[in-house]
Design a protein around this ligand. Structure first.
Ligand SMILES: [Zn+2]
Length: 314
């Protein structure tokens, strides 16, 4: 079984609902999860800066979409609010979402927004997407953590929400690690040693994240796997898993597959070999061929994230 540390499914479901579709999860996405044996994911609220709709409104729409989807398929999806919810979902075979937020855009000058998000069920926070906001700088900017960002980091960790540094620029990541007092994750970032893009992590950053008790989730987004197009495949994705595991041990590595929910027909995989999740089994087989023991595969593909989820839900 697989746990996916980063999913934009709420964005995809909301796009379809805004176009008048209903019962979206069951009709469009459930089969991806079932066929790929993906039992749960961190499902993030993400506001697209290219849309005319303000960030705060996009987040509100996505929350409303989640609520409406839960009303029609409450057996198929569980929104996790407690450790008991996780146990129950696993027993019932219900696909579970840990609700997260990818970027605190739309919450200017106000860390109290974090309390509001928590009340909505959010248990995971990334401070920024690629741009900068009042809290921190993303990979397209040169800014570090602001004073408000420092207070936010403390508030997030006091509430035991998962703190996610994927998308932060190097200065902001450094600053978060100085302030953080608990596990930090990079839910969907690869190894910069193998693919030198700002969204990936240096060896030192990976070690520092592991030292907090956190993990890095390896991302299937092609241009984070390799710069050469012919190397953007599952073999080279596995290279990132091997490298990260050699650096910090398999207990600090996970999967944050970051599938594409933008395609008009909802069927185009970023990485065709994965066919969304439906061919995820191939990744597990490759890991075995590359020397991961069965127990290590279980850790990387599921258990490491679950250990952190249990901390966030305690
Ligand atoms: Zn992302």
């Amino acid at each position: 079984m697989i746990f996916d540390g980063h999913s934009d499914i709420l964005y995809g479901m909301n796009q379809k609902r805004q176009q008048g579709e209903a019962d979206v999860f069951r009709r469009c996405y459930e089969k991806w999860f079932r066929q790929g044996q993906v039992e749960g994911c961190i499902a993030v609220l993400w506001s697209n800066p290219d849309m005319a709709v303000p960030a705060a409104v996009q987040v509100t729409q996505q929350l409303q979409t989640l609520k409406q989807e839960l009303e029609v398929c409450g057996d198929e999806i569980t929104l996790l609010r407690s450790a008991d919810d996780l146990v129950q979902a696993q027993q019932q075979g219900s696909i579970y979402f840990l609700l997260g937020v990818e970027g605190l855009d739309g919450c200017p000058q106000n860390e109290a927004r974090i309390d509001w998000l928590y009340e909505q069920g959010v248990r995971h926070v990334g401070l920024t997407w690629n741009g900068a906001n009042d809290f921190a700088g993303g990979v397209h900017t040169g800014d570090g953590l602001t004073d408000l960002g420092r207070r936010a980091v403390r508030r997030i960790q006091k509430k035991r929400m998962l703190l996610d540094v994927s998308h932060l620029n190097d200065g902001s990541l450094r600053d978060v690690l100085l302030v953080a007092d608990g596990p930090v994750i990079a839910s969907h970032s690869n190894c910069r040693r193998l693919c030198d893009v700002p969204r990936n992590l240096t060896d030192d950053q990976i070690k520092a994240i592991a030292a907090t008790g956190g993990l890095i989730g390896i991302n299937s987004y092609p241009s984070f796997i390799a710069s050469a197009r012919e190397k953007q495949d599952l073999q080279h994705l596995t290279d990132h898993l091997v490298h990260a595991a050699e650096l910090v041990g398999t207990e600090h590595v996970g999967l944050g597959l970051d599938l594409n929910y933008w395609a008009e027909d909802g069927t185009t995989a970023e990485l065709p070999e994965l066919q969304q999740y439906q061919k995820a089994e191939a990744l597990l087989q490759l890991m075995e061929q590359r020397g991961f023991a069965k127990e290590e595969i279980r850790q990387v593909c599921r258990d490491n994230f679950l250990r952190l989820l249990q901390g966030a839900l305690a």
